[in-house]
Write a protein that binds this ligand. Structure first.
Ligand SMILES: NC(=O)c1ccc[n+]([C@@H]2O[C@H](COP(=O)([O-])OP(=O)(O)OC[C@H]3O[C@@H](n4cnc5c(N)ncnc54)[C@H](O)[C@@H]3O)[C@@H](O)[C@H]2O)c1
Ligand SMILES: [Zn+2]
Length: 356
């Protein structure tokens, strides 16, 4: 098992169950609440139950999917806690992907001014990204993550076996964050992961630990997103805009699928603005296109992409803000690009997929 220690909690990766049971034994919680969605109830809860020493717990099940990451679902969760006589000394276990982790953590942090919670992330995205950094919350008035708090869990327990039932498309989507972490901070990790030919049968723990170390370094330095944390935005300025446009289409993209395109475009901007070398740009593009399906972008959508980028909350003043990589493993925040160059970067992606 691997342990990643943060200032006030640990992340355990691998054979987690002994540590988890010791955690429970020493804390003496008045009650344990387990939050699941219908998929994690089916696939993850039996594993959790089999390995956890608790005589009883309160199960709270919600509907799966981002569309349920809302205040209405929080009300369902808070009601279950109220009706279950949950007091301040209870523990909430969030067993699921990023939606369960963000919303469960938010409900726990606000119920009776805050009860303890732990994360059992069950998707690759949540294991490598959402479960660390203390950001919790929900979507409000169609704006993603617009209501929430920063608060750390008491622990994060990563069981790689959960990934066995995760649809391959979800695995690929989560992998985009692992690629991103290596590109902004760890050339050695990139050298390792870019050897992969495909994502079947991958030994995930060996990729999770280095990736979490990178996110840890960034969030420890900048817990409240004042500066350096923007580094994590690589691929996301353009990627988010593409994700939003496709959300309205017949073929919505998963978050990581859009970020993969965003990383190719922003690697192109990195080449033009901060001197990423042509061979490294080529390596990044080749690898991402090997793992992810080509997506055709229409130039008639470019104005909408640009408008969405302009509106992105991470932009200060009127400029479009990027975190770019001068070389693999290094990042420069607060870079700006002209609209013309952004269009060119989208064209670059379109030409690549024609050639492939
Ligand atoms: N807090 C943060 O720092 C942070 C960072 C990144 C993303 N996020 C948030 O995370 C969310 C996305 O997370 P996600 O991709 O995990 O989505 P998700 O929680 O919706 O999970 C994706 C799907 O997989 C299913 N699932 C989960 N685990 C499974 C398993 N082991 N086997 C089979 N099916 C399983 C879920 O039921 C769901 O249908 C977004 O809301 C995003 O805002 C938060
Ligand atoms: Zn992301």
């Amino acid at each position: 098992m691997n342990t990643i220690a943060l200032a006030d909690y640990d992340i355990q990766i691998g054979t987690i169950w002994t540590t988890w049971n010791k955690f429970l034994q020493t804390r003496n919680y008045s009650k344990v609440i387990v939050l699941v969605d219908e998929n994690t109830k089916q696939h993850c809860l039996p594993i959790w139950e089999q390995n956890t020493n608790v005589s009883e717990y309160l199960l709270v099940k919600i509907a799966a999917g981002e569309q349920h990451k809302t205040i209405e679902t929080c009300q369902i969760i808070w009601s279950k806690l109220m009706n279950g006589d949950v007091n301040r000394s209870a523990l909430m276990v969030n067993l699921g992907g990023g939606v369960i982790g963000d919303m469960g953590g938010f409900c726990a942090s606000t119920f009776k001014r805050g009860i303890d919670f732990v994360q059992f992330p069950s998707t690759l995205l949540s294991q490598v990204d959402a479960s660390i950094g203390g950001k919790l919350g929900i979507d409000f008035q169609q704006v993603k993550n617009s209501v929430g708090v920063f608060r750390n869990p008491q622990g994060v327990f990563i069981e790689p076996a959960f990934l066995k039932t995760l649809p391959q498309r979800e695995v690929r989507s989560g992998f985009a964050e692992i690629i991103k972490h290596s590109l902004i901070a760890d050339a050695t990790h990139w050298a390792h992961l870019s050897q992969l030919e495909h994502l079947e049968g991958v030994d995930w723990p060996s990729y999770l630990a280095p990736s979490l170390e990178i996110k840890k370094a960034v969030v420890t330095e900048d817990p409240f997103e004042k500066g350096l944390r923007k580094a994590l935005n690589f691929g996301h300025t353009i990627g988010h805009a593409i994700e939003s446009v496709f959300l309205e289409s017949k073929y919505p993209l998963l978050h990581g699928e859009a970020i993969a395109i965003g990383m190719i475009c922003e690697a192109y901007l990195s080449h033009k603005i901060v001197g990423l070398s042509a061979p490294e740009l080529q390596d990044i593009s080749d690898f991402i296109l090997k793992i992810y399906d080509a997506v055709s972008l229409s130039s008639s959508d470019y104005p909408t992409f640009l408008e969405l980028m302009q509106k992105d909350k991470k932009n200060e003043r009127d400029e479009i803000n990027f975190s770019l990589i001068p070389e693999i493993g290094k990042v420069k925040v607060n870079q700006t690009a002209s609209k013309q160059l952004i269009r060119e970067s989208l064209d670059y992606y379109c030409q690549l997929i024609i050639k492939n």
